[in-house]
Design a protein around this ligand. Sequence first.
Ligand SMILES: [Zn+2]
Length: 131
Amino acid sequence: MRNHAKSRAGADIIKVHATGGVLSPTDHPEFTQFSQEELHVMLEEASFRKGIKVMAHAQGAEGIKNAVRAGIHSIEHGIFLDDEAIELMLEHGTYLVPTLLAPVAVLESAEKNDDMPEYGIRKCREVIEQH
Ligand SMILES: [Zn+2]
């Protein structure tokens, strides 16, 4: 049996936040968090050296493209995907995990209880149609 790659702390997969998000208090889904070069270093360490897959929380188009060009395994959310990002993903064989129920779950949760932060509800309403 082949040894399964893990990080030192035991992670099988690493998720990086390539862009801001709906439920993070101080950014926006379209904000870019890492350059392509920074993401490439993460991939060198995790994937190319150890075989650990790296996925990217990526909502804004620039962050998605940085992640895809760096060689990320999959894009989570992909809210502001544009044609160029789709072409790049096809070229690189990058998976898309669209998480279409995530914004629905945020709004449903906000209706059921009052612990959903106001910024999360506001940003969710802002991006749900595009998503
Ligand atoms: Zn995410």
